[in-house]
Design a protein around this ligand. Structure first.
Ligand code: ADP
Length: 430
């Protein structure tokens, strides 16, 4: 746009440059050359167009009267612009804008000098700059309002998705089948998504139930024959008089593997029962100190570790399932033995706070890296497969501990530091 404006002025000046020698020639034929020259210039001048004629010796021969309208310094500066291209150019002089052009002026074959023609375009230029600035502000405002409107609509259309996300994030495994995702004020696409998700959750619940049933049935069906096999192996081992050394070793391995698998099946069965809500606890009051002493005596039989009991309170009576709590503590002591160097001590600490009893199983073993601590209670989760593999576990021990403890109304947590040891704390109601 600015180019068009300047070009139209340049064109104007070029027209004058083309026309003025002809006019001067015409007037000079009718009157004195100087009068003809002045007359031709007077004809072309207006409040925006200025002329002056500079002789070859650099003297100003004549000026248009309109030059008096411009401030003197501006006129002086304009007149000093001698190095110019032959084409009209834009010049900025003291905050004003001019287009300046010139031509050689000859009258009756004689070179009179250079005729300079100037047009003031300050007004147009200022108007243009103001318009550009207003346009800039208007565009910025338009962009800002469009952005605000778009972000408002995006927020509004994302709201149902956020609601859906909140609803699904609180659905637990137990609630899978009962979950109903319904959104009131949502676009039909999101409502359809919610419906599809509800159907998906129901299918998931069914397959989860089938899987639980399968694990439960398989564990049950395998446990009985394995227990019989284990029984036979034990009785053969007891009467091993006519067995060779190799046969005896093979039978011992078979018996221990059978026993390990029976434990694994029992764990799977317990977890499957807990999942379907059929895990029953025989809750009764008993002295925690007695149970812990019994467990430590049992643990000492299969490990040569120094296991000590520290009790702050003399006697602590809890309400829990005696056998399951025994299993829990044996699991934790077993882990403490497996995941620490031989010869390091294990301590069981008993304490009581308000209406809760705590049992801590502390070891000075390898410790558990922080990023694994939250996951070790998950089923089949093991940290260092190579190290854990040697112990023969399969990652169910701690999930059994958690399931049993929570089933008795308690909780379990772990504090651990690498290469310093771990503390598993069980809290039970008194
Ligand atoms: P398993 O012992 O059969 O591997 P668990 O569920 O008992 O399975 O334990 C899960 C994992 O937690 C183990 O593989 C082991 O890496 C880690 N862990 C459990 N107890 C301890 C402990 N006292 N010290 C260090 N790591 C432990």
């Amino acid at each position: 746009m600015q180019e068009i404006l300047i070009d139209s002025h340049k064109y104007n000046i070029q027209q004058i440059i083309d026309r003025i020698p002809r006019d001067i020639q015409l007037y000079s034929e009718m009157m004195q050359p100087e009068t003809g020259l002045q007359k031709a210039i007077n004809n072309l001048e207006n409040t925006n167009t200025f002329f002056w004629l500079r002789r070859p010796d650099n003297q100003v021969l004549l000026k248009s009267t309109t030059l008096n309208l411009l401030p003197e310094p501006t006129v002086a500066e304009l007149m000093s612009l001698t190095k110019m291209s032959i084409k009209p150019q834009v010049y900025q002089v003291n905050q004003s804008y001019f287009i300046l052009g010139y031509c050689d002026l000859q009258v009756q074959g004689k070179l009179l000098g250079k005729l300079f023609i100037v047009q003031d375009i300050t007004r147009e230029q200022t108007m243009f700059v103001t318009m550009v600035n207003s346009l800039k502000i208007a565009s910025a405002l338009a962009i800002l309002s469009i952005t605000l409107v778009i972000s408002f609509y995006i927020q509004r259309s994302l709201r149902p998705l956020r609601q859906l996300n909140q609803m699904t994030s609180v659905i637990s495994v137990e609630d899978l089948g009962k979950a109903q995702l319904y959104l009131d004020n949502a676009p039909s696409e999101v409502k359809e998504l919610a419906q599809t998700l509800t159907m998906l959750l129901s299918r998931l619940s069914k397959s989860w139930e089938q899987e639980r049933q399968l694990v439960s049935n398989v564990s049950h069906e395998l446990r009985t024959p394995l227990t019989i096999i284990h029984g036979y192996l034990q009785s053969i081992l007891r009467r091993h008089n006519n067995l060779t050394e190799i046969q005896l070793e093979a039978l011992k391995t078979a018996a221990s593997e059978a026993e390990r698998t029976i434990h694994l099946l029992q764990d799977l069965l317990d977890l499957a029962r807990a999942d379907s809500g059929y895990l029953h606890f025989q809750i009764r009051p008993f002295l925690l100190n007695d149970l812990v002493e019994e467990v430590v005596a049992m643990a000492k039989k299969y490990s040569d570790r120094q296991i000590t009991i520290e009790s702050v309170v003399h006697t602590i009576e809890v309400r829990a399932d005696y056998n399951r709590l025994k299993q829990i503590l044996l699991n934790l002591i077993n882990n403490a033995v497996n995941y620490s160097e031989a010869g390091t001590p294990i301590t069981l600490k008993l304490d009581q706070f308000n209406d809760r009893a705590t049992i801590q199983v502390c070891d000075r073993g390898y410790g558990i890296p922080l990023q694994h601590q939250a996951r070790i209670f998950e089923r089949f989760y093991r940290i260092d497969e190579s190290r854990s593999h040697a112990t023969g576990g399969c990652g169910l021990g701690l999930s059994i501990v958690k399931t049993f403890v929570e089933g008795m109304g308690g909780s379990v947590n772990v504090q651990s530091k690498l290469e310093e040891g771990s503390i598993f704390t069980i809290t039970l109601p008194l």
